[in-house]
Design a protein around this ligand. Structure first.
Ligand code: DGL
Length: 268
């Protein structure tokens, strides 16, 4: 039995989106080992019913718990919105979701009280962001729009194409009219196209990247619960698992993380 602090951090997402969280964790916690699971065979989660997303997430948490982890990061807004409280009920480990940290950052950031949210169909349908934002600050003007094709553009490495630009203009036009000053990237895939999103909404809108926010929260929990890895490992181990063919995941992950990534396929 490995003492908890020596264990890894577990991360899950439907695909490559959670790598934005992985990247922030490695920056803010460079000595921690990480086990990543991308459910690429069942991606995208966005259009699926909540109950199904919840079931998938619970299966993955089960798998991760068999990989000697000490904490679970649900690095997927859709899965967080679909059932964070059930994951917490069914796991003995701390389970963190990506919505609360993004909400806190948006509240700290907005000056004019007009906040936009983009996410998958599931996340927008849940109204999880609106509820949390307006619960914390009633009277806040919130506008949310689903951007379902963004996930597919990212997963297929098509972000730098004229088609992506067209899609972005169409999805983001309502925000230009709504005079928001803050836009929550309510899907962990979206930071991978932050350049295009920023260009489309203009420099006056501050983008909130929940990946960055969640890493800070993981750090706090590790400190509070004395779970930081006791050895300052210079090269902590990272393991990547996917449910689909590892090829395109490895390609995107290697490009993004600037190192050769090897992923292993597992069937849940
Ligand atoms: N990256 C995920 C999210 O944050 C899910 C994208 C999808 O599979 O539709 O919502």
């Amino acid at each position: 039995m490995v003492h908890s602090a020596y264990r890894a951090i577990g991360i899950l997402d439907s695909g490559v989106g959670g790598l934005t969280v992985f990247q922030e964790l490695t920056r803010q916690l460079p000595h921690e080992q990480i086990v990543y699971f991308g459910d690429t065979a069942r991606m995208p989660y966005g259009p699926r019913p909540d109950e199904e997303v919840r079931r998938f997430a619970l299966q993955i948490i089960d798998f991760l718990q068999n990989q000697e982890i000490k904490l679970v990061v649900v690095a997927c807004n859709t899965a967080t919105a679909a059932g964070l409280s059930s994951y917490r009920e069914q796991s003995a480990l701390p389970v963190l979701g990506v919505i609360e940290p993004g909400v806190r950052a948006a509240l700290a950031q907005t000056g004019n009280g007009r906040v936009g949210i983009i996410g998958t169909a599931g996340t927008v349908r849940s109204s999880a962001y609106e509820k949390a934002l307006q619960g914390a600050r009633p009277g806040l003007h919130v506008i949310a729009r689903p951007c379902p094709l963004f996930v597919l553009l990212v997963e297929n490495d098509l972000v730098d194409t004229p088609e992506a630009e067209k899609v972005a203009v169409e999805y983001l036009a309502p925000f230009n009219r709504a005079s928001i000053d803050t836009l929550i990237l309510g899907c962990t895939h979206y930071p991978l196209m932050a350049g295009l999103i920023q260009k489309t909404v203009g420099p006056g809108v501050k983008l909130i990247n929940s990946a960055r926010e969640i890493a800070g929260e993981v750090k706090e929990i590790l400190t509070e619960q004395q779970l930081h890895h006791p050895l300052r490992l210079a090269e902590p181990g990272y393991r990547f698992f996917v449910s689909g063919n590892p090829g395109s995941f490895e390609e995107i992950a290697s490009k993004m993380l600037h190192r050769r990534i090897k992923a292993y396929q597992v069937t849940l």
